[in-house]
Design a protein around this ligand. Structure first.
Ligand code: FMN
Length: 177
C-alpha cells in the first residue's frame, strides 16, 4: 500500500473475523516493531503473542471487560522493560515511550497487511501481568488485538480530527501562520 494511505485508513477495529492470522504475516508485523527506533537504541519492548482462547478471555476481562479483545485471533501484550534515559534519570518513562513507538510501527504494518488492530490502553496492568507471567521489572504498556476486520468498511478515512491550524504553531507556542 501507499504509505499515506496506510496512515489515513488505519482505524480502530473492534470486530474481527475468526480467520487466523498466518504466521508469516504476523512475523512481518512484529518485525516492523523490532526495527523501531529507541532512545540509546535500548530496544526495551517485549511482545507476548497470545492465541489461547482462555488467556485472551482473561486479558479482555483485565481490560475492564472490553470483550472484543478476546474476539481477535491474536492478542499482543506489549511490554516495556522499566528504564530511564541517561539524560532524564529522574523519571522512568523512557521504556514506555520507546515501546509506544514500536507499537505504532506494528499497528501501521498490520494495516498494510489488511489486518485490523486497536490500541487498548485501559488495562489493569497487574492482572494482565499475572495472566501472561510478566516479571516485576517489566511494565505492561498496551494490549493490541489483531485480526481481519469483520466489516468491509473498517478501513474508512478518519473523521473529526482537529485541523492543522489548531494544532500547529510557528516559532512560538500559540502563534499561528
Ligand atoms: C493510547 C491509546 C489508548 C486507547 N485505549 C483504548 C481502549 O482501551 N479501548 C478502545 O476501545 N479504544 C482505545 N483506543 C482507541 C481510541 O479510542 C481511538 O484511537 C480514537 O478514538 C481514534 O479512532 P481511530 O483509532 O479509529 O482513528 C486507544 C487509543 C490510544 C492511542
Amino acid at each position: 500500500m501507499e504509505f499515506y494511505d496506510v496512515i489515513k485508513t488505519r482505524r480502530s477495529v473492534r470486530r474481527f473475523l475468526k480467520r487466523p492470522v498466518p504466521d508469516d504475516v504476523l512475523n512481518r508485523v512484529l518485525e516492523a516493531a523490532r526495527i523501531a527506533p529507541s532512545g540509546g537504541d535500548r530496544q526495551p519492548w517485549r511482545f507476548v503473542v497470545v492465541k489461547d482462547q482462555q488467556k485472551k478471555a482473561k486479558i479482555a476481562s483485565a481490560c475492564y471487560s472490553q470483550d472484543f479483545v478476546a474476539e481477535a485471533p491474536v492478542v499482543l501484550v506489549c511490554c516495556a522493560i522499566k528504564c530511564s534515559s541517561g539524560y532524564e534519570p529522574w523519571h522512568d518513562e523512557a521504556g514506555r515511550r520507546d515501546t509506544v513507538i514500536a507499537i505504532d510501527h506494528l499497528i501501521l504494518a498490520a494495516r498494510n497487511e489488511g489486518l485490523g488492530t486497536c490500541w487498548v490502553g485501559a488495562v489493569h496492568d497487574k492482572q494482565v501481568k499475572k495472566i501472561v507471567n510478566v516479571p516485576a521489572k517489566v511494565d505492561v504498556v498496551m494490549v493490541v488485538p489483531v485480526g481481519y476486520p469483520a466489516s468491509k468498511s473498517a478501513f474508512r478515512q478518519a473523521q473529526g480530527r482537529k485541523p492543522l491550524k489548531e494544532i500547529c504553531f510557528y516559532e512560538e507556542y500559540g502563534q499561528k501562520m
